[in-house]
Design a protein around this ligand. Structure first.
Ligand code: 13P
Length: 252
């Protein structure tokens, strides 16, 4: 059975002190809760080790938002997958549309990052999604399929079991414009079929596929109710503990 997951992506927000306060508040809000999903906090690199230290590991996993496409060495300013792993984090978000658009991360670079992350024992939350123009031109299935094939389909079935997919239509990120539950379900079912065609039905059924893009307490329940939507990757609403908790509660 696949896992349901609610993951927060803090992006470039919060000082160390503010981030620790947020992590502690989220942790506190889950005390005694009968959780129906796994919870992940995706923090900036500098927060990772400290956040790992203040949350209950049986309830909350910690994720980086990126890692280097090199193992180690003279790459000033970069943070390797091994370093992320050494903080106690267990996930890394890769392929976010902001990294693709602003930092020119190509499918080839992302493929290398995914392989390094898995090699170092991290699970990967791999983001895919079309821009508005691609949706309007009706090529969104092709775009998303290529993103998956180009960066992930060199993996073995066993390696692929450590991938969580996150469908994040770029037009819905930070815009307040959410995909409708029907649009999300349609794409998630397509993604699952794409995985099934390559790795077989069992691996596809076990793959967690998250929705991201202006998900919030007001729409999470309706989105998560769809058979192929296994949770969310939450930006803005993950910065407010009450909202994040309410999204988690959408599974109850
Ligand atoms: P918002 O929830 O702020 O739209 O961000 C979504 C996102 O990009 C998560 O990775």
């Amino acid at each position: 059975m696949r896992k349901n997951i609610v993951a927060g992506n803090w992006k470039m927000n919060k000082t160390l002190e503010e981030g620790l306060t947020l992590a502690k508040e989220v942790n506190e809000s889950l005390k005694g809760a009968d959780l129906k999903c796994d919870v992940i906090l995706g923090t900036p690199f500098i927060h990772l080790a400290s956040v790992v230290g203040v949350v209950d590991a049986d309830k909350i996993a910690v994720s980086a938002q990126n890692c280097a496409d090199k193992e180690a060495g003279a790459y000033t300013g970069e943070v390797s997958a091994a370093m992320v792993k050494s903080t106690g984090a267990s996930y890394v978000i890769l392929g976010h549309s902001e990294r693709r658009a602003y930092y020119h991360e190509t499918p080839e670079i992302l493929k290398t990052k995914v392989q390094l992350a898995l090699k170092n024992g991290l699970k990967v939350i791999f983001c895919i999604g079309e821009v508005l123009e691609e949706r309007e031109n009706n090529i969104y299935f092709d775009v998303v399929k290529s993103q998956i094939v180009d960066s992930l389909f060199d993996l073995s079935g066993e390696e692929f079991s450590n991938i969580v997919l996150a469908y994040e239509p770029v037009w819905a990120i930070g815009t307040g414009k959410t995909a409708t539950p029907a649009q999300a379900q349609e794409m998630h079912a397509f993604i699952r079929k794409t995985v099934a065609d390559k790795y077989g039905k069992e691996i596809a059924e076990n793959t967690t596929i998250l929705y991201g893009g202006s998900a919030n307490p007001g729409n999470a329940k309706e989105l998560f109710a769809n058979p192929d939507v296994d949770g969310g990757l939450i930006g803005g609403a993950s910065l407010k503990p009450a909202d994040f908790k309410a999204v988690i509660d959408a599974f109850n």
